[in-house]
Design a protein around this ligand. Structure first.
Ligand SMILES: O=P(O)(O)OC[C@H]1O[C@](O)(COP(=O)(O)O)[C@@H](O)[C@@H]1O
Ligand SMILES: [Mg+2]
Ligand SMILES: [Mg+2]
Length: 319
C-alpha cells in the first residue's frame, strides 16, 4: 500500500464520496463511511456477549449486533439496494426489491444490487482491544451468488486510525475516515491506486497448527522461512497487512473443518475481489474464490489470498 503522500491527486473527497463510478456503489460506501465513527464510538460499552448465536453457530457480542443494526438501517434505506444480507442474520432482508419465498431473494428491476456485510470482523478482538473491521460486498445478483457478481467490495479497519479500502472496476482506493465535529465525516484519499507490493514481507495463517492438513503445514514451513509472521486474529487487519507489505493471508481448510472458518458471501468474496483488483490472487485451494458456487448464504470456504506467486505455490503444494 502506498504511503500517505504517494499520490499527488490524493486529497479530500467531495460531498457524496468518490467522483464518477456507480452512484449506488458510491451511496453504499458513503453510508458505510458515515457509520464508521458511530460504530467505533459504541465499541467500549459493547464488549460483552449478547447471549445469542448467529447463523454460523458463533456467539454474538453486543458490538456485533449494534454494528449490524446501524449498517442494516443505513444500507436498506438506500435507493438502488434491493436486498441486504448480514453474517449476523439468518435470512436476507428485503430492502425495497422483490424477495423470493426462500429468503435469499430476487432483486428487482431498477433496484438491482444486493449488499452483504460482516458488520464486525474479528469481533473476538473486542475483549483484548485489538484491530477489527467491517466488510462489505455489493453484488449485482440475488444472493447467494458467486464473487463474479460483485461490482464493488470494501472494508473499514478500526485500527489506531479508521481507514476504508474500496475496490470497484476502476481500481482500489484507500481513505482515512474522521469525524468532522459536526455529526458527519471527513474523508481523505490516501491512494486511489492501491497495489500489492511486488516483494512480499508478511504472512498470517489462522487455525491451530495441529489442525492444519499436512500439505498446508509443509507450505507454511517454507513461507515462515521467507516472510515475517503477522497474525492479529481479524481477517480485515491481517489482509490489510498483506495489502500494505505484500505477502499471504490464509484461513485454511482444517482437518476437521474442510471448509475452514470464513464465510464466502460476507468475507471471502469481498476480500478476494479487493486483493485481485490490487494485483493479487485468491483461491480456495483449487479455484479462484470468485468462481466458488455457493449453496447457501452462510457457506464457509477456505481462503488463501496475497501475492500471485505465493498463492500459486500454495495451490501447487495442496495439489
Ligand atoms: O480466532 P481464529 O480462529 O484465529 O479466527 C480468526 C478469524 O475469525 C474471524 O474473526 C471471523 O470473523 P468474525 O469475527 O466476523 O466472526 C476472522 O476475522 C479471523 O480471520
Ligand atoms: Mg468476519
Ligand atoms: Mg463478524
Amino acid at each position: 500500500m502506498a504511503g500517505p503522500d504517494s499520490d499527488p491527486d490524493a486529497g479530500p473527497l467531495p460531498d457524496g464520496g468518490a467522483p464518477g463510478g456507480d452512484p449506488v456503489v458510491a451511496a453504499v460506501f458513503d453510508a458505510v463511511a458515515a457509520t464508521a465513527p458511530e460504530i467505533r464510538a459504541a465499541l467500549p460499552g459493547r464488549r460483552v456477549e449478547s447471549g445469542t448465536e448467529n447463523a454460523s453457530g458463533e456467539s454474538v457480542l453486543a458490538g456485533d449486533l449494534y454494528a449490524d443494526e446501524l449498517l442494516g438501517d443505513a444500507i436498506t434505506a438506500l435507493d438502488g439496494v434491493g436486498l441486504f444480507v448480514s453474517e449476523e442474520r439468518e435470512t436476507a432482508v428485503d430492502a425495497g426489491g422483490a424477495v423470493g419465498g426462500d429468503g435469499t431473494g430476487e432483486t428487482a428491476d431498477g433496484s438491482p444490487y444486493a449488499v452483504a456485510i460482516d458488520p464486525l470482523d474479528g469481533s473476538s478482538n473486542l475483549r483484548s482491544n485489538n484491530a477489527m473491521g467491517t466488510v462489505v460486498g455489493v453484488y449485482d445478483a440475488p444472493l447467494p451468488a458467486t464473487g463474479r457478481d460483485l461490482v464493488a467490495a470494501g472494508y473499514v479497519l478500526y485500527g489506531p486510525i479508521t481507514t476504508m479500502v474500496v475496490a470497484d472496476e476502476a481500481g482500489v482506493r484507500e481513505e482515512v475516515i474522521e469525524p468532522d465535529g459536526d455529526g458527519g465525516v471527513e474523508r481523505s484519499v490516501v491512494t486511489d491506486d492501491l497495489r500489492l507490493p511486488d516483494d512480499p514481507l508478511v504472512y498470517g495463517f489462522g487455525g491451530r497448527v495441529p489442525d492444519w492438513p499436512d500439505a498446508f503445514t509443509a507450505y507454511a514451513r517454507e513461507v515462515e522461512d521467507e516472510l515475517k509472521l503477522r497474525y492479529g486474529g481479524a481477517m480485515v487487519g491481517d489482509v490489510n497487512q498483506v495489502l500494505t507489505y505484500g505477502g499471504v493471508f490464509a484461513y485454511p481448510a482444517l482437518v476437521d473443518a474442510p471448509e475452514g472458518k470464513l464465510r464466502l458471501s460476507f468475507e471471502a468474496n469481498p476480500i478476494a475481489y479487493i486483493v485481485e483488483r490490487a494485483g493479487g490472487a485468491a483461491t480456495d485451494g483449487e479455484r479462484d474464490i470468485l468462481d466458488v458456487e455457493p449453496d447457501g448464504l452462510h457457506d464457509r470456504v477456505p481462503l488463501y489470498v496475497g501475492n500471485e506467486d505465493l498463492v500459486e505455490r500454495l495451490k501447487a503444494a495442496l495439489d
